[in-house]
Design a protein around this ligand. Structure first.
Ligand SMILES: NC(=O)c1ccc[n+]([C@@H]2O[C@H](COP(=O)([O-])OP(=O)(O)OC[C@H]3O[C@@H](n4cnc5c(N)ncnc54)[C@H](OP(=O)(O)O)[C@@H]3O)[C@@H](O)[C@H]2O)c1
Length: 327
């Protein structure tokens, strides 16, 4: 579902990028900026936050493959690569860089980024930031911590759009659903690893709420695609995967990708709740709270038609392989 536009969509032309690979000048680069495109012989420059994350690392690879010069910010020192310099900094501190950059990407915590962006005077005509569909899902959660997450995400989006609008900067927020693909996510990878160790995975009966898992590569590609489409300025997009399937079917496909495939056991819901309470009693499975359990029965799917329409988003269906869970 595309969120309301908080700033005017900026007119412009699709970006016709002229280069890929590691070549440098002379290459004609089309600007990522709006109308009045210009050609130039220097590579475009990007500032990336969260570039070490599961989505961010794919985005860095995509930018470098397209010939961008990338400055990436991390809280810890990291090794440079051709076209890539790492800057050490923390979004919750006073890190600064005036730029100029052609685009700023945020693949880290949106609340930190929005606060930082509001206070910074970074020069860049384009911002692309990842948020989360939790902004819609967790607002009414029975768990106060989850309601707080939704509240902080909503505030962060509003802060970011307002600050960008005031500066005439085209901003797009991308809200992924359930992320997988890099063996670093806390849901499907955790399920795959637990099931591999135990030889089986247990789900309560009725855990059939629809899900729409999205691959990290499709998200990184989306962050680059929006640059070419001025209609995406001032908008937020839910980014689910290319297929909707029930929770248990999603888990079944995860297990089927493993070697040997662990068994999926479905037990009556009261039995599952009792076992979960016992696990909580010994400090295990704390992340699986009552709200998360209830959500397994609820549909968590989103309309990706606005993303398809506005920037040609075309995510893959859910056909996981073992390597996507780091196994
Ligand atoms: N994972 C999901 O299922 C999911 C679902 C929906 C939305 N999202 C959103 O998508 C975005 C990317 O998610 P992800 O799973 O790829 O993230 P991730 O793997 O957890 O990585 C986040 C990155 O943010 C950086 N970071 C964290 N705190 C920072 C700070 N204070 N200052 C500067 N950098 C900081 C970290 O970089 P360093 O450690 O190098 O500093 C880290 O690599 C996030 O906005 C997330 O909320 C994720």
């Amino acid at each position: 579902m595309a969120a309301g536009i908080t700033g005017p969509a900026r007119a412009g032309q699709p970006l016709a990028r002229a280069s890929v690979g590691r070549r440098r000048a002379p290459i004609a680069y089309a600007s990522t900026m709006e109308a009045g495109q210009y050609e130039r012989d220097t590579p475009p420059r990007a500032l990336v936050f969260g570039g070490s994350g599961q989505i961010g690392e794919r985005l860095l690879a995509g930018l470098l493959a397209q010939g961008w010069q990338v400055s990436a910010v991390s809280r810890v020192p990291r090794a440079p690569a051709p076209g890539l310099v790492w800057r050490q900094g923390d979004l919750s501190g006073h890190w600064r860089d005036d730029g100029p950059f052609d685009a700023v990407f945020s693949c880290g915590p949106l609340d930190h980024f929005a606060r930082w962006y509001q206070a910074s005077d970074i020069a860049a005509p384009r911002v692309v930031a990842f948020g989360s569909t939790s902004v819609e899902v967790k607002g009414d959660s029975s768990e106060p911590a989850e309601r707080d997450v939704a509240h902080r995400l909503r505030q962060a989006e509003a802060t970011l759009f307002a600050a960008a609008h005031a500066r005439g900067v085209a901003t797009t927020v991308l809200r992924p659903t359930l992320v997988y693909g890099a063996g670093r996510d806390a849901t499907l990878t955790a399920i795959a690893r637990l099931a591999t160790r135990a030889g089986l995975f247990v789900l309560p009966a009725g855990a059939d709420g629809l899900r729409q898992p999205v691959h990290v590569q499709d998200l990184a590609d989306a962050a680059l695609q929006v640059l070419r489409h001025p209609a995406t300025a001032g908008r937020a997009y839910a980014l689910g995967g290319g297929e909707r399937l029930g929770y248990a079917e999603m888990v079944r496909r995860v297990l089927a990708s493993l070697q040997p495939p662990p068994r999926l056991l479905r037990v009556p819901a009261p039995l599952f709740r009792g076992a979960l309470a016992a696990a909580h009693g010994i400090g295990r499975l704390r992340g699986m709270n009552a709200a998360a359990l209830a959500r397994m029965r609820e549909p968590l799917v989103f309309d990706i038609a606005p993303a398809r329409r506005d920037f040609g988003y075309a995510p893959r269906p859910f056909n996981p392989t073992r390597d996507m869970f780091g196994l």
